[in-house]
Design a protein around this ligand. Structure first.
Ligand code: G1P
Length: 272
């Protein structure tokens, strides 16, 4: 089973910081933000992470490529802590596919269809961090309890934010699980069926990947993953895990990235 991480975006909101450096390589406390996402993917039932990259963001790949010379130099100098950290990141099972045109999130995911084959797969968006890595295992549990259905993470958001997200309609089954009836990408507030916004973690059935082959451009002229999810509901059940805002951190804007750094830095200091 694979965990897909779309990473081909231009990082527009972080310009000029992202002119020569991918957004995914910006530091959060002590490592690039994409390293958290890869580690979360590998802490789930996935055995491999597939990064959907663009060809001019090679530094992402350099980060996950083994560097035995550097490790040896660090060890020779007695810097084992750093040698271990460099070795570990080179050992992660990461591969790459390329999205050559910015046609939307749905298109990015479809670029990995040969990797996922006929298996369910996770999608982890890089704009949110889940430092304790517990969200995907919980989503897997819900899927297992419902015959392998797709499960998406959702977060309650205030009215003035619903139009930034994919939003679900459905019914609550328990305190933190909903059955999804439909989804809409970036609705106007008056059209939003709920305040539950899709939060960037997905466990999807192989049928979603098949449907993505035929999804037409939607909101913003982009091929939307949300539209494939809405389409699969005609054939399969889908569930949503309502997450606690304390469990996920936004890093998608300069403000939220700074705030996330502060919170995670404090957590790290308190744990020392
Ligand atoms: C994407 C998805 C959207 C989701 C959001 C946050 O939008 O299309 O449904 O709510 O991520 O996870 P984007 O932020 O790429 O515009």
């Amino acid at each position: 089973m694979k965990a897909l991480i779309p990473a081909a975006g231009m990082g527009t909101r972080f310009l000029p910081a992202t002119k020569a450096q991918p957004k995914e390589m910006l530091l959060v406390v002590d490592r690039p933000v994409i390293q958290y996402i890869v580690e979360e993917g590998l802490a789930s039932a996935a055995d491999e992470v597939v990064i959907i990259n663009s060809r001019d963001k090679k530094s992402i790949e350099d980060h996950f490529t083994p560097n035995p010379e550097l490790v040896a130099t660090l060890r020779a100098r007695g810097k084992d802590k750093y040698a271990d950290a460099v070795q570990q990141v080179g050992d992660y099972n990461v591969s790459y596919v390329y999205q050559d045109e910015p046609l939307g999130l749905g298109h990015a995911i479809y670029c990995a269809h040969e990797k996922t084959g006929n298996e369910p797969f996770y999608v982890l968006l890089g704009d949110v961090l889940v430092p304790d890595n517990k969200m995907l295992p919980r989503m897997q549990e819900i899927s297992d309890a419902h015959g392998g259905a797709s499960v998406i993470a959702v977060l309650p958001v205030p009215d003035d934010q619903v139009s930034r997200f994919g939003v679900i309609a459905g019914e609550a089954l328990s305190e933190d699980v909903w059955k999804v009836d439909s989804l809409v990408e970036k609705p106007a507030l008056e059209d939003a069926p709920s305040n539950l916004a899709v939060f960037g973690r997905y466990l999807l059935s192989p049928r979603v990947m098949e449907l993505l082959a035929d999804v037409q451009p939607g909101v913003g002229g982009e091929i939307q993953l949300t539209d494939a999810l809405d389409a699969v509901l005609k054939e399969e059940e889908m569930y949503a895990l309502v997450i606690d805002p304390e469990d996920g951190f936004d890093t998608g804007t300069v403000d939220s990235w700074l705030e996330t750094n502060n919170i995670l830095y404090q957590r790290k200091k308190n744990a020392q």
